[in-house]
Each structure stands twice: as structure tokens, then as C-alpha cells.
Design a protein around this ligand. Sequence first.
Ligand code: CP
Length: 301
Amino acid sequence: QTHLIDTKDLSQTEIEEILERAAFWEQNRAKNLVPFAGRFVANLFFEPSTRTKFSFEVAEKRLGLEVLNFSTAHSSVAKGESLYDTVKTLVSLGVEAAVIRHQEPEVISELLERDTGCVIVNAGTGKTAHPTQALLDLYTMKKHFGHVSGLKVAIVGDIAHSRVARSNLWCLGKMGAQVMLSGPPEMRDPDLEKFAPYVPFDEGLQVADVVMMLRIQLERHQDPIFHAQDQYHQMFGLTKERLNRMKPGAVIMHPGPFNRGVEIADELVEHPRSKIFEQKANGVFVRMAVLEKVLQGGQEL
Ligand code: CP
């Protein structure tokens, strides 16, 4: 079985194949191609999500899949049923793939070890991995620049809590991009700096082709210093003044959700150099490609 747990597990060839298939799905979006008609998938989100959850659902429906949306509060998980037993139950009903977001990566590892009988797609685990976000980020870069190799990408913000930074780091490296990490010293992660250098924000800003801003994950912080949002914006936010110091042709990205006026100025979210809403649109095509890869055996198109 082909699961998708992290970009770490994908070869460069597999990443390229996913990006090519995503382009196919984007080009053919107006045709009603439904290679997986009549087959079932389930979306199980144990952490909040808007983009990933609905983007997967749109991708699944575009492929012709029947979608079961699992609600934690209204399921037998609320009565203490384990995730393994939940997924096994769904498999016995005919579900072939489970798209899961969970705060604990170990829970996904346990599912893989015990083999539920269906493929698992990681839709975000705690701070460790968010592979489909990283793949859609790659797709967005490739679409804009025509290539990923050789790009300089500055990932800026709450690196310590960011699964997006991690999954991006692994696949950007495999595709030949150069990653820099930046943000407040309190939000650095020494383990990740073994793979990409930490640079002062204003230094990274001037050389990057892509400035990827990250949300401060207020819900994962204990320290009240991070609630001084105006101060954060002045020191580490992407402001209009900083935009003017970016390389000509460089673009802004952000996985969302964004805190307008904190890590990014309100007026820059929809700026012509921002790819933020394009990233969301691209997520559907990339997730179609991922589902096609893990499910296999779709009808000939
Ligand atoms: N980018 C992202 O994962 O957003 P959601 O949490 O809304 O899914």
C-alpha cells in the first residue's frame, strides 16, 4: 500500500510525478473526469482545518469519490473508541483511504504498524508534517517560476511549531531549492538548522525568490511575549516597507490561516505579488494527484 505520511518519504521522481499529475488535473478541470466513481474515502480531522479539509473534499469529489466526513464530537471516538478501531470500522464499510489530521504523529505511526487495510494520507500532524501543503507550495513555485531547482526560499516565522516548514524543507531540498529559515530567536529550531541556515529576516528578504511567511501558532505558545502582536509585526512581519526591499520578481507565500497585521500586513495578503490565494486553488489539483497515487486502479481516462 502507498501511504503519504511526509515528503521525507518521497523521491524526487515521485514528487515530479505528483506535480505533473497536478498540472494534468488543473488543465482538465473543466472536463468531468471521474476515475474513482463509486469508491469511498473518509476525512478524519481531529484538529481544526478549513483549507486542507475542504480542499481534500473538493479534490475527492472531482475524482468521483464518495466522501465520508467524520465528526469527532458526533462519533464513537467521543465514547472512547480508538482511531485504529474507528478506521478499521470504516474499512469494513468499504472505505479505501483515510485522510487524517491529528495532533499526535504517533497515532498515525500506530495505524501504519497495525495495518488498517486502507491507505493513510496525512493532512497535518502536530508540528511534524504537512506533506500536501508542501507539495502544493512546490507546485505553486513551479507554476510561477517554471522550475524549483535553484530557487532561494526564505521560510519566516514560528519555525519551531511549523509542520509546513518541516515538510517544505524536505521536499524543497530534494528539488534543488535553497532554503533559509528566519524569524524570532525564540521560535528557532536547532534541529532544522542542521538542514537549512538561520538568517536574519532582513538579510533573507533581500535574496529570496520566495518569502514564505508562517503564522504564529498562538494556540501552541504558553509565553505571553508572543501576544505582543504589534511588536511582532514591526520586528518580524512582512510590511509594505519590507516588500519594497524584496528582490524584483520575488513572490510572497503563506500556507494560511494568516494573522493579518501580525506576520503579514493586511494590504499584502491580496497584493499582486502574493500567491496566497493561488496556493489554495492549487491545493485541489495537488490533492487530486496525491489521492490518485495512493488509491491506484482508477478507470482509464
Ligand atoms: N494551511 C492549512 O493547513 O490550513 P488549514 O489548517 O485551514 O487546513
